[in-house]
Write a new protein. Structure first.
Length: 150
């Protein structure tokens, strides 16, 4: 059974329409910012993406926790890089190669997670999801300021 949260129209209504549209897959009426997920088999309000790492859709109910996960992972990777740098300056033995390899493996992951953090912070500031950014590449149809989107 699909579970949809209904919000006041001024928060979820795009400029061009305020009609509830029927979903072609699950045959339920959904708000304008809801999208159907083929993997979950239901409509998700403010669907961002289906996360294979978490095994669920990132949408209205758990978007905040996904953003926090990215921030905490960025902080953790920054601490790891800082710790490796300190260890590389202190160690003068045969184990230095282990820290160099660990540093080489950590840097690409850190760059990727920091880039995701910046991208999702930008999307949060303009009140869009990544799915909506693909659908509306040159416009922002859901106008809400940053304080209201938090």
């Amino acid at each position: 059974m699909s579970e949809i949260i209904f919000l006041p129209n001024e928060d979820i209504t795009p400029k061009e329409t305020s009609q509830f549209a029927p979903c072609s897959s699950c045959q339920c009426y959904r708000p304008p910012r809801a999208h159907h997920c083929k993997r979950c088999g239901r409509c998700i309000l403010r669907k961002d993406h289906h996360c294979i790492w978490l095994g669920t859709c990132i949408g209205f109910r758990n978007h905040k926790y996904f953003i926090l996960l990215l921030y905490y992972q960025s902080l953790f990777l920054l601490l790891i890089l800082f710790e490796i740098a300190i260890r590389l300056l202190q160690i003068k033995s045969k184990y230095i190669i282990i820290y160099i390899v660990f540093l080489i493996l950590t840097i690409p992951e850190s760059i990727f997670v920091f880039a995701l953090c910046v991208f999702y912070t930008w999307l949060l500031s303009i009140n869009m999801t990544s799915l909506e950014r693909v659908k509306y590449p040159k416009q922002v149809p859901f106008i809400v300021n940053l304080i209201e989107s938090l």
